[in-house]
Write a protein that binds this ligand. Structure first.
Ligand code: 26W
Length: 826
């Protein structure tokens, strides 16, 4: 079959895969028969998906190879984005979109009696991430490819992704995410590109020709097997690579020498312990636990990734002395920080460079992003565990620390506390953030406020030592997935009104502002939202059996469940509104549908309790005929990328209500605004920058500001009881947590109650309650005038271009990575 040739064409300024409907139909038919050994008409939908996916992958292969050849020949600087998480979601739809063949494919399939959307929905989400950090990595891959930047991902091919959430009896139940069960058409196993990663054992030092040598002996070898996934750029003939590593025993045979000695258990347990490394994604996204397996995961993919980069570099470039001119390695939070000592190890032990040269190259190569200021998320490893698992790496970290502390002693004479705080190894721990800052040339936060907090507070010691390393890169989202793909109707309206330049230049969305006085456009915006809401309403009915009113305000909070994100605040105001409606049945309110979705870390009791509260409140309210035509509450299960793509375009009101200073950036806030939702928010993370873009009149702000929160942290003075004493509404809703109103077991939500009051809630829910209710009242006032509301939505869309991850990636490429080729074809 002739499909692996390059078939891009230029058409009206667009560079897309050249394929006509009939040849597509022929290719598809052939592919189906070849793959399944039967006629298309006899196939199941799952088989039809598999055939389509693998055909599209075939289409991509030749461009993928050409991209790699080009990179090898031109010697452009390569960027490697190291991340423990890549939350890609489904790939088929985006791939078709970026190849420019979605319409042709849809028509061709429809002529074969196949509905493209139905088939697309059969793809299992690739959910190898927890939330913001993993999804950001996925958006970045899409932007790098679409901006012609040679940028690739490096991570772990977890056999089981982020757990599947079921809600049973109002409670979260976790099930494993066996995402590879039906196979994965996108990946290619590269058996010839395996690497060996060494754990345990000991190091023997010696001397050869007056040079120190280090030999790692008695280690446990693990085979790292790479699986490559193509990352297709938008209509630009670029296909980059996401390489995910899987752990296998070095030999698939059992260790017969152990077996023959009767030590069968030992042989099996080696196999199991190796496979455990890439078995499952850790489901915590804000709470660090010093688990040895996690440290193993980190070294496993980092070591495999760096070894393969160096090997490839040497093959095509040769001169290791210019490694840092040709390679940039970015570490997504501290999880891949071992990249620093691992690169040092290779440069020193394998390439024979001096410490000084190796250190210069390493620092110039590595850059680091911080994604959270939550102290409980800071990674540190017990020295003993670290040393036993990674003896040579520990020696190198010790030496990095020794040299660095020497610098500190000279600079901060006698300031032992400060030096201990800043040291990489202290109090019996290896501190990963400290290592990441010292071993890299760039440290960035993910929104302006977040970066300021890093500089002035969390990392201030380091900022004063290395001011030039610190910089801000406000997050972004790919408008290709989060607008073009997830909201085709809005995309059509935008193309009709402002043309399609915004696809390549998202800030051109600003032109949409010129159309917002046109009543036709305003009407269309309303119709599109209604259409998207009706689609979501069908989904809600299918999954939860709840009928929702699409004329009501769709008021949405979807994200990980966490105390700092304050789903509790949202829930308390729903309980307050319910009380008001019961007291005054004729209360004239705009009907609302409150929609929640999100997963709690399996070990995070309070977060699970919050889910239960939301579900119980939903049950009580949805079954109360007295209020049913006015309010409904929905908790959708198993929030993931695909569900987000259905929810976000259907949202009227986006809830971004974290305790100010705690949400580093947030990225769903950007997705919502791009889809024409109005944001109700605290001045936290990127919400501040959204406000700066749209202006105060087009966002609803409430709550404590950063200074007030930081002041409470520093000087104390917050008393939840004081606030409670003065507010009857709060007394009533908090009592409702423990009086059996929502659950006959009156102790069910006692921990939430205690957290808010007895433990003087560190997230200031009660403090912001009044201001939040007032803000919600402003929402009602604004929504009464539908035209005005739609115009506000339009203004939000028009200002969302700056939050495209293309802008973010350009900033990384020019400001941090020193990418040599960018903006070509733009
Ligand atoms: C060690 C356990 C662990 C695992 C993951 C700790 C912390 C993490 C991540 C850093 C958590 C995370 O996803 N942070 C989010 O990153 C987004 C992308 O920058 C931001 O938009 C969110 O505000 C931030 O919470």
């Amino acid at each position: 079959m002739l499909i692996a040739i390059n078939r891009y064409k230029l058409l009206g300024g667009r560079c897309m895969l050249s394929i006509d409907k009939n040849s597509f139909k022929r290719d598809y038919n052939n592919k189906f028969v070849q793959l399944h050994g039967k006629e298309l008409k006899e196939g199941s939908n799952q088989q039809k998906y598999e055939a389509l996916g693998s055909l599209v992958r075939d289409y991509v292969i030749s461009t993928w190879m050409e991209t790699n050849n080009k990179y090898n020949q031109t010697g452009e600087k390569q960027v490697y984005y190291f991340s423990m998480e890549f939350l890609l979601g489904r790939l088929l739809g985006d791939c078709l979109l970026n190849l420019g063949i979605r319409d042709i494919c849809k028509e061709a399939l429809s002529e074969l009696g196949i509905n493209l959307e139905e088939i697309e929905n059969l793809e299992h989400d690739q959910g190898l991430g927890n939330g913001g950090l993993g999804r950001l990595a996925a958006c970045f891959l899409d932007s790098m490819a679409s901006l012609n930047i040679p940028g690739h991902g490096c991570g772990i091919r977890y056999k089981y992704g982020f757990f599947e959430q079921k809600i049973v009896d109002s409670q979260q139940v976790e099930a494993s995410d066996n995402w590879l069960r039906e196979g994965n058409v996108w990946e290619i196993k590269k058996q010839d590109k395996c690497e060996i990663v060494k754990f345990g054992g000991s190091v023997i030092s010696g001397e050869v020709d007056g040079k120190l040598t280090f030999t790692h002996v008695n280690y446990e070898p693990v085979l790292a097997v790479p699986y490559d996934t193509p990352i297709v750029g938008y209509e630009n003939e670029v296909v980059n690579t996401l390489r995910l590593w899987s752990a296998e025993p070095v030999s698939n045979e059992f260790d017969f020498s152990s077996f023959s000695r009767g030590d069968f258990i030992k042989a099996i347990s080696y196999k199991n312990s190796v496979e455990a490394i890439s078995l499952v994604l850790y489901p915590e996204d804000s709470f660090y636990e010093g688990k040895m397996l996690r440290l193993k995961q980190q070294y496993f993919f980092v070591s495999a990734g760096i070894q393969s980069i160096v090997r490839h570099f040497k093959k095509h470039n040769g001169n290791i002395a210019i490694f840092d001119e040709k390679i940039a390695i970015h570490i997504n939070d501290t999880h891949p920080t071992l990249a620093i000592p691992e690169l040092m190890r290779i440069l020193l032990d394998e390439e024979g460079l001096s410490w000084e040269t190796a250190w210069r190259i390493t620092q110039n190569t590595i850059s680091y992003t911080n994604h959270t200021i939550l102290a409980e998320a800071l990674e540190k490893w017990p020295v003993d565990m670290f040393k036993n698992l990674l003896p040579r790496i520990y020696m190198i970290v010790e030496e990095i620390n020794r040299r660095y502390c020497e610098e500190l002693w000279n600079k901060y004479v006698g300031q032992w506390d400060k030096i201990a705080r800043m040291a990489i190894i202290s109090d019996g721990y290896v501190k990963m953030a400290n290592l990441a800052i010292v071993g890299s040339h760039s440290v960035n936060g993910v929104a302006k406020l977040h970066t300021e907090i890093l500089k002035k507070r969390e990392m201030s010691d380091f900022y004063y030592l290395y001011p030039s390393k610190f910089n801000n890169k406000t997050n972004g989202i790919t408008h290709r997935r989060w607008l073009l793909k997830s909201n085709p109707k809005l995309t059509s309206l935008l193309k009709e009104t402002i043309g399609d330049s915004f696809i390549k230049h998202p800030t051109d969305l600003e032109n949409f502002k010129n159309h917002l006085d046109d009543p036709n456009v305003i009407n269309r915006l309303g119709e599109i939202k209604k259409y998207n809401k009706e689609n979501l309403a069908k989904e809600i009915y299918k999954s939860n059996g709840i009928l929702v009113d699409t004329n009501s305000i769709f008021d949405v909070q979807v994200k990980r469940i966490h105390a700092y994100k304050r789903q509790t605040l949202n829930c308390l105001r729903i309980m307050e509104l319910y009380n008001n409606l019961l007291e005054n049945p004729n209360l004239d309110i705009i009907p609302r549908t409150f929609i929640f979705a999100g997963k709690a870390a399996p070990g995070y009791y309070l977060a699970k309790n919050i889910i239960e509260l939301i579900c119980r409140v939903a049950k009580t309210i949805n079954n109360d005929k007295r209020v049913n035509d006015k309010i409904k509450v929905v908790m959708l299960e198993n929030y993931n990328v695909s569900l987000a793509e259905d929810i976000i375009p259907a949202t009227d009101l986006s809830e971004q209500i974290s305790t100010t200073t705690k949400e580093a950036s947030g990225t769903s806030n950007m997705k919502f605004m791009m889809n024409g939702a109005i944001t109700i928010a605290t001045l936290d993370g990127a919400n501040i920058e959204i406000k700066d873009e749209v202006g105060e009149d087009n966002i609803i702000i409430f709550g404590l500001n950063a200074e007030e929160v930081l002041n409470y942290h520093k000087n104390g003075g917050y008393s939840a009881w004081d606030i409670w004493n003065k507010d009857k509404r709060l007394q009533r809703v908090t009592d409702d947590l423990i009086n059996g109103k929502y659950c006959s077991d009156i102790d069910r939500f006692r921990s939430i109650y205690e957290n808010l009051l007895t433990y003087n809630d560190e997230f200031f829910v009660l403090k912001d309650f009044d201001s939040y209710l007032k803000a919600q009242e402003r929402v009602n006032q604004l929504y009464i005038d539908k035209n005005k509301w739609q115009k506000m939505c339009g203004i939000n869309i028009a200002h969302s271009g700056i939050f495209s991850s293309d802008r973010t990636i350009k900033e990384y490429a020019t400001g941090i990575w020193g990418s040599t080729v960018i903006y070509k074809n733009l």
